[in-house]
Design a binder for this molecule. Structure first.
Ligand SMILES: [Zn+2]
Ligand SMILES: [Zn+2]
Length: 135
């Protein structure tokens, strides 16, 4: 995860939005928070985080919605695929990307489950990763 010469690409379900990231993501975690559940319609989500400078939209446009104070979630306004999360105050200069939207999601190496206080009762974790009440 330290080779910064790599370029990874990804995009939304319909193909209208494509992006690329330079270098491996700096971190990755599974998020069980209620906001991610609602935003993605999934029981939990897997994020990779990187510097905004290493992220570029190469096709189309990511529409953003301010979903809570200071938080901008990005999605394809054609097919609705959730793509990004940015919170400039809490995470200056950073953008998080939903790992499954990468062409090769396997490059993510999640190291924790976070916000497990919102973990759904029918999600049973058995991967041995640490769990945290918050991030
Ligand atoms: Zn799309
Ligand atoms: Zn979350």
């Amino acid at each position: 995860m330290t080779d910064t010469s790599d370029v990874y690409q990804g995009g939304c379900l319909c193909g209208a939005v494509r992006y690329k990231i330079e270098g491996a993501p700096e971190w990755s975690s599974h998020c069980h928070c209620r906001s991610c559940q609602r935003a993605t319609g999934a029981a939990f989500t897997t994020w990779v985080g990187l510097k905004k400078d290493n992220f570029e939209v190469t096709k189309g446009h990511i529409k953003t919605c301010s979903t809570s104070p200071g938080v901008e979630r990005g999605f394809c306004d054609r097919c609705g695929t959730s793509l990004t999360y940015a919170a400039e105050e809490g995470w200056p200069g950073q953008v998080s990307i939903l790992a499954p939207t990468l062409d090769n999601p396997a490059i993510a190496s999640p190291t924790a489950h976070v916000y497990v206080e919102h973990q759904l009762p029918w999600v049973k974790l058995n991967d041995g990763l640490p769990t945290r009440e918050q991030f």
